[in-house]
Ligand binder design. Structure first.
Ligand SMILES: [Fe+2]
Length: 142
């Protein structure tokens, strides 16, 4: 079973966002564990619902900070975030239609974890670099 780990390679440099990324990775791993252990559909569903809600909170946080700092990459980020939301939606549909299957377990690794790692590495780190170049510091008060 794949286990995604937060490393400094994923550091964006914004404490609040880095903490949220760690939590997001933790929830994604929990979902993978729930599926690998072949927990019932209700348990997997609950873990997935938590992940969906947390993802929403996280994307909203990022987009608010991007808007507040007039970040030029905001539109592209919104498109990418929407893509991840639709991946989660498809995942949810597959769970409802097929139940807890091997294909579902595989798609966490091949789709969700891969997307998240790539997104943080490239797009979110770019936002971190933008803030740094402007000398903008976002506190961890939220
Ligand atoms: Fe993002």
């Amino acid at each position: 079973m794949a286990n995604l780990e937060w490393t400094s390679a994923l550091a964006v440099g914004i404490p609040l966002v880095d903490e949220q990324h760690k939590a997001l990775i933790r929830h994604l791993n929990e979902l993978a564990v729930a599926i690998a252990k072949r927990q019932g559909e209700t348990e997997v569903q609950a873990t997935l619902t938590f992940l969906v809600d947390y993802t929403h909170l996280h994307f909203t946080t990022e987009e608010q900070h991007m808007a507040a700092t007039a970040y030029p990459g905001l539109a592209a980020q919104k498109v990418e975030h929407e893509h991840f939301r639709s991946l989660l939606c498809t995942f949810h549909e597959d769970l409802e239609e097929e139940g807890v299957t091997k294909a579902l377990a595989d798609s966490i690794n091949t789709l969700l974890m891969r997307w998240l790692t790539k997104h943080i590495c490239f797009m979110d780190r770019e936002f971190g670099g933008f803030l740094q170049s402007r000398g903008i510091v976002i506190g961890a008060e939220e």
